[in-house]
Write a protein that binds this ligand. Structure first.
Ligand SMILES: Nc1ncnc2c1ncn2[C@@H]1O[C@H](COP(=O)(O)OP(=O)(O)OP(=O)(O)O)[C@@H](O)[C@H]1O
Ligand SMILES: [Mg+2]
Length: 115
């Protein structure tokens, strides 16, 4: 889980270089407990919801549908493995990961069942 979060936050920080120069870069991590959630086909009484939000430029439309695939990168020198690995790690905990992105607001949402 730590590695999954590091990969997502690392991407956010890389997307924020312009904002960092302007002095208004922002990454927000939110956690909350969700009740009675369905993940895949399974119903869980409790789940952890974890959001990572940044105010960077957003994910280009040309990449949006493919960012979790291996070797998909929009960065010079990027290997395109960070999100693939993050998704693998989350799935190892029976969880899901999804993304909403528009210019100025990108959110990665992790949902993981709690015992
Ligand atoms: N928060 C974000 N804001 C804008 N674009 C993003 C964000 N997160 C991911 N991306 C885009 O998705 C692509 C894929 O991310 P991913 O972490 O899988 O690979 P990478 O960062 O290019 O390489 P690495 O394997 O070093 O992580 C990034 O190259 C970037 O274009
Ligand atoms: Mg990355």
């Amino acid at each position: 889980m730590i590695q999954a979060l590091l990969n997502i936050v690392h991407n956010a920080s890389q997307a924020l270089s312009e904002r960092i120069e302007q002095g208004d870069a922002r990454i927000v991590l939110r956690t909350r407990v969700a009740r009675q959630v369905t993940i895949g086909k399974q119903r869980y009484r409790l789940a952890l919801e974890l959001h990572v939000e940044d105010n960077g430029p957003g994910i280009p439309d040309s990449l949006k549908e493919r960012i979790f695939y291996p070797l998909v990168s929009g960065r010079e020198g990027g290997s395109g493995l960070g999100l693939t690995l993050a998704q693998t790690f989350v799935q190892q905990h029976q969880g899901t990961i999804e993304c909403d992105s528009e210019p100025g607001r990108t959110v990665f949402k992790i949902l993981i069942p709690l015992p």
